[in-house]
Design a protein around this ligand. Structure first.
Ligand SMILES: [Zn+2]
Length: 410
């Protein structure tokens, strides 16, 4: 029988950071440079250990003192994004989840009429465009060149035009009737510059559809809270409206989804641009959200206390959620002298380590003697599915530890 290589946390000593990963920026919404720090995690590690690549940086979330916009500062540079998110498992440009609902809505809004043209910004490999009617002229732009190349091979013969370009400077030879941007704007270092370029690439009646998660619907129970480390701006309704108005767009419609955090707006070209307004409600909502976050972390800590004196912990999940557990709870630290082992179904992580702890495929679980050991599920959205999986693999229910009592999407 193969022995499990149990390891203490932080037993790999060669992880580093590098200033090229991040850079300071003024408020991405109003341009003022008066950040107020609201959350900070030093030496945050992005996925597996590396002696050659700098995989750690400070995550600092700030509030703009002038307009109340929330943003990551410093922000990831393009090099930072490339190094830190290489193992994130999906391109940030990929359209999240709900293409059928999005297409129904675009159709109802009259934005997919025969002979019209649509530009998808952050199109990844063009998979969303490939689902739209062929009677619409379909164009996509993305900064991810390998994804564009793959998309051309996949969908080139369907008449879909895929363009590799920078969102702030790409140019089209024909102005689109509709521009879509689903869950992209929150990932960009300079959303204003992108929205200005879209204004210039559109005609006087172009419809712009933008969808982002918003602060108002960000009351998740996840210890990671609303402040996803993958998002560079954490929009509210007001800050989204502000950045649109500064770029020369005005609101023509809006839609909130009931079952997930996606706030969709329809914007039209405005005659002028206007400056950002501060809405004090954003400040109140932030204070409530930060309290909700502290409560969520306290509940997680209480659930983790059931681990008691267990000296061995198998962590199911070697992703960013485990890094948040490391920073926000004492499961890896404190007075404990624990030994760990991680399992994860993602082949990008298997055979590597996180903070010195080995990561293997979930099948390794069958080799474990559960005497004095617990299985800790480290995932928010995937918690219940992992619990079922572990149960199916014969892990005793009494050793399975969940971080969350309930999972809510927003
Ligand atoms: Zn601001």
């Amino acid at each position: 029988m193969t022995l499990i290589p149990w390891k203490p946390v932080d037993s790999f000593l060669h992880n580093t950071t590098d200033p090229v990963l991040t850079s300071h920026r003024p408020c991405p919404v109003c341009g003022t440079d008066r950040p107020r720090e609201i959350l900070r995690l030093d030496d945050f590690q992005f996925f597996t250990d590396s002696a050659t690549l700098p995989k750690r940086t400070t995550i600092c979330e700030v509030q703009c003192a002038a307009c109340y916009a929330l943003y990551l500062n410093p922000a990831y540079t393009s090099r930072g994004f490339e190094v830190l998110f290489a193992e994130a498992g999906c391109s940030y440009g990929a359209t999240e989840g709900r293409p059928q609902e999005q297409i129904r809505w675009l159709t109802e809004m009259g934005l997919l009429n025969d002979g019209s043209s649509i530009l998808d910004v952050g199109c990844y490999d063009g998979r969303f465009l490939s689902l739209l009617p062929a009677t619409v002229r379909r164009i996509g732009v993305d900064i991810d060149n390998p994804a564009i190349e793959r998309g051309r091979a996949l969908y080139g013969d369907q008449g879909i035009d895929l363009v590799h370009g920078d969102f702030n400077s790409f140019q089209l030879d024909r102005k689109p009737d509709t521009i879509t941007m689903f869950h992209v704007l929150e990932h960009l270092p300079s959303p204003l510059a992108t929205l200005k370029n879209l204004r210039n690439q559109g005609h006087e009646n172009t419809s712009l559809v933008v969808e982002v998660p918003i602060l108002e619907n960000g009351f998740t129970n996840d210890i990671n809270s609303f402040f996803s480390a993958q998002h560079m701006t954490h929009f509210s309704k007001n800050s989204l409206n502000n950045v649109l108005a500064r770029a020369g767009w005005e609101l023509a419609g809006q839609l909130e989804q009931s079952d997930y955090n996606g706030y969709r707006v329809l914007a039209k070209p405005a005659g002028t641009t206007s400056q950002a307004n501060a809405n004090p409600e954003d400040d109140t909502t932030l204070k409530n959200l930060l309290k909700h976050r502290r409560d969520a972390i306290d509940k997680a800590k209480a659930n983790l206390a059931t681990i008691g004196d267990a000296e061995k912990i198998v962590v199911w999940g070697g992703g960013m959620h485990t890094e948040f557990l490391y920073h926000l709870t004492d499961v890896f630290g404190g007075q404990h002298n624990r030994q760990f082992f991680i399992v994860d179904s993602d082949p990008l992580k298997q055979g590597k380590s996180w903070r010195g702890i080995n990561i293997e495929a979930p099948e390794s679980i069958s080799k474990i003697d559960w005497t004095g050991a617990n299985l800790l599920i480290s995932s928010y959205g995937g918690q219940e599915k992992i619990a079922e999986c572990a149960d199916g693999m014969g892990v005793p229910t009494s050793v399975i530890v969940k971080v969350y009592e309930t999972i809510r999407v927003y």
